[in-house]
Write a protein that binds this ligand. Structure first.
Ligand code: PLP
Length: 361
């Protein structure tokens, strides 16, 4: 039985007739940029997230950069973020001209460790960028105590009631494997401050409100109408998908994954973008899964502070011990909304035999 790491097609297959209808309607309407679906999706997403405004943009990387630009983060400023995250988190900070400052993570949650964030604060710290990694809420309450703007990178966590609206802005990616995904690239910024929202809206369209006057240097970063039409359909399915993800995670725990490796504990608001485990025997486990035709992956090795593009920041091995250990020993196993019990049983059986544990009685 071959099992992919993520089966996006299985998730959207039942919705194909509605997706085709939506495509037809966009073709009929003929407005492909800034059309009615983008406006409606922005309203529906804001209502879902509980923020005053949501602004569609071209992808989750731009979403981060637009927020930094709107907050006038610039050269000389520092923004604290984890090094155990997708590269785009730190790249957006670097592109704003500011310096990414990496704080270590908590070994259990894999999210920013507030105690290390505190150690990294300095007179130039302009913001903190927590990532809700793998769908698990970052410790926003503790981070809010530092009294700096929190820019939540929520690319992996749409659908979690524990996020959005707590920080000054939350950003999302609709890359096709995300919890809420499009059929291509897309992104969103959710904010409560109307002035910040207006600035982001202008920045995503060349620093302009009307199409004739350009008030500052912006860019072109728009969510397109076809993606918005699909996202509106998928947003209506999201809570059901999240429930299925949470049930699948619980099933892995019931099947005893936690006796074979370090598996994620449940936490309210965890939406299980991925099910990422840890083991000193990671390579053997991944090899066994691969041989059995089971999708698996490892994340963020080398971690961001050791990536060639960020060498100029001057970090070296040993600077972020927890991040480096987790990067060496993590692996993910298949999970999506709708993975079947027998697929999960097979995954756990293969992990069990890879670590040489006896079959359950
Ligand atoms: C944590 C994180 N931040 C940012 C991004 C960037 O999103 P995008 O690929 O839509 O630019 C991603 C996803 O790819 C991500 O996982």
């Amino acid at each position: 039985m071959k099992i992919p790491l993520v089966d996006v097609k299985a998730q959207y297959a039942p919705l194909v007739p509605r997706i085709r209808e939506a495509f037809d309607a966009v073709l009929e309407d003929g407005r492909f940029v800034f059309g009615p679906n983008v406006a409606a999706f922005e309203e529906e997403a804001a209502a879902y997230l509980g923020t005053r405004e949501a602004i569609g943009v071209a992808n989750g990387t731009d979403a981060l950069e637009l927020v930094l630009n709107a907050l006038e983060v610039e050269p000389g400023d520092e923004v604290i973020c984890p090094a155990f995250t997708f590269y785009a988190t730190a790249e957006a900070i670097a592109r704003s001209g500011a310096t990414p400052v990496f704080a270590d993570i908590d070994s259990e949650t894999l999210n920013l460790d507030p105690a290390d964030v505190e150690r990294k604060l300095g007179p130039r710290t302009k913001a903190i960028m927590p990532v809700h990694l793998f769908g698990r809420p970052a410790p926003l309450d503790a981070l809010a105590g530092f009294d700096l703007p929190l820019i939540e990178d929520a690319a992996q966590a749409f659908g979690s009631p524990a996020i959005a609206g707590h920080g000054i802005a939350s950003t999302f990616s609709f890359y096709p494997t995300k919890n809420l995904f499009g059929l291509g690239d897309g992104g969103l910024v959710a904010v409560n401050d109307p002035a910040l929202a207006e600035r982001i809206r202008m920045l995503r369209f060349h620093g302009s409100k009307a199409k004739t006057t350009f008030e500052f240097i912006g860019r072109n970063s728009r969510l397109d109408e076809i993606q918005a039409a699909v996202l509106r359909i998928f947003l209506g399915e999201l809570d059901r998908w999240t429930t299925l993800r949470r049930e699948a995670a619980e099933r892995y725990r019931e099947l005893g994954i936690g006796e074979l490796c370090i598996a994620p504990e449940d936490e309210p608001g965890h939406v299980y973008h991925l099910f990422v485990c840890r083991s000193e025997r990671r390579d053997e486990i991944r090899a066994a899964l691969g041989e059995a035709g089971i999708g698996n992956a490892q994340y963020y090795l080398p971690p961001l502070h050791l990536q060639p593009a960020l060498r100029y920041l001057g970090y070296s091995e040993g600077d972020l011990p927890v991040t480096e250990r987790v990067a060496r020993d993590n692996f993910s196993i298949p999970l999506w909304a709708g993975i079947e019990a027998e697929q999960q049983e097979r995954v756990v059986d293969v992990v069990r035999s890879a670590v040489g544990a006896p079959a359950p009685a």
